[in-house]
Design a protein around this ligand. Structure first.
Ligand code: SF4
Length: 359
């Protein structure tokens, strides 16, 4: 079956087979543009030429008790975050100010993130108060990523105006315990279901480059389809010093594009985001990712810097795309109005002062 025929299956509401998804990951170099074109036909049918910008806000960074092997915020690794390295929870005013900055960058979504196993009541109070104020003041979609949820906590988030909950699966169920030991893949699935039961949209994706096999990547894509998530961030590992995955190589840019095309053809209607690691992995090929993906993060990530809104507006305009706002309106990207956004430096995790225990 040609790439174009796979797009026809996706556009007709069918599901491409696992073997066709596998073939996408092996698309020959000479067929990469044809593959991108097929993914773009599907993306354009559901999202037009619109790109939505998402902004991440570190509401609480560092000293996380979990041991995710890729994460420099874990207190279990020697990556600069320890119990003494915990940053305090940001204030409601700081979180609201972050949302104003995101809206000024013409972001569609603002996502408040805490490095925690799950939200404490006190952290939840802060997030909920900030959410209520942000929704009263700004036209912006609101997301939260706070770790494992209970039904009661999910319902509080909904009541405060949080639209979408992020909880990534990261990789396949089979590969998960090579990466994390402090909670299970099933725990993560349960939190996604909890958010869905409470009425929130769900955002769940993963990281390419964790040493997974091709089958692990395919399992991730098809598990997310079964879970019927609304949004999929596809990250590419940017290995951090001091974590168990330090030294893992970057994903090849051509493979990153094939992976994005595979996710698009398995998930025709989903909000598909080229997420962390975009700049360092794709480099000069970044704009090609807009053909399968319809959203990006701007202003950097949780523990690494990234492109500025100025650079992202410029890329979107140069590639002939436009921005999608929270209202659903499409508007031109305006790099000249984004000059004041200086690059946001990667946050510094305080150096550990206690002996580190390897997870
Ligand atoms: S990925 Fe999240 S849960 Fe895992 S260690 Fe990092 S901050 Fe904690």
């Amino acid at each position: 079956m040609t790439w174009s025929a796979l797009a026809d299956v996706a556009l007709a509401g069918g599901t491409i087979s696992r073997e066709d998804a596998r073939r996408i990951l092996h698309a020959p170099e000479d067929e990469l543009l044809t593959l991108l074109d097929a993914a773009f036909r599907v993306r354009r049918a559901h999202w037009g030429r619109r790109v939505s910008l998402h902004v991440l806000e570190n509401a609480k960074i560092g000293a996380c008790p979990e041991d995710c092997g890729f994460c420099s915020q874990s207190s279990k690794h020697n990556a600069g975050s320890s119990p003494s390295g915990e940053a305090p929870m940001k204030t409601v005013d700081e979180l609201v100010a972050g949302a104003r900055r995101a809206a000024a960058a013409r972001a569609k979504r603002y996502c408040m993130v805490t490095a925690t196993r799950g939200p404490s009541q006190r952290d939840l109070d802060t997030i909920c108060e900030a959410a209520t104020r942000i929704k009263a003041e700004l036209d912006i979609e609101l997301c939260a990523s706070l770790g494992l949820l209970t039904d009661a906590k999910a319902e509080r988030l909904v009541a405060s105006g949080v639209d979408r909950f992020n909880h990534n699966l990261e990789t396949s169920e089979r590969h998960y315990d090579q990466i994390v030991s402090t909670h299970s893949w099933k725990d993560r699935v349960e939190t996604i279901r909890t958010a869905q039961r409470a009425g929130m949209d769900t955002c769940a994706g993963g990281i390419v480059g964790l040493g997974e096999s091709e089958d692990d990547l395919l399992d991730l894509a098809f598990s997310l389809r079964e879970l019927d998530v609304d949004s999929i961030p596809v990250n590419f590992l940017d290995a951090r010093e001091g974590t168990p995955l330090a030294g893992y190589p970057l994903v090849q840019p051509g493979f990153a594009l094939r992976a994005l095309c595979m996710f698009r053809l398995v998930h025709p209607r989903t909000d598909l985001r080229v997420a962390g690691g975009r700049e360092i992995t794709l480099r000069a090929l970044q704009a090609f990712a807009l053909y399968p993906a319809n959203s990006i993060f701007t202003q950097g990530y949780l523990t690494t810097g990234g492109a500025t809104p100025h650079a992202d507006h410029q890329m979107i305009r140069d590639a002939g795309f436009e921005l999608e706002l929270a209202s659903g309106e499409g508007v031109p990207a305006e790099p000249e109005k984004m000059i004041e956004f200086a690059p946001r430096p990667a946050p510094t995790l305080r150096k550990p002062s206690l002996p580190q225990v390897r997870g």
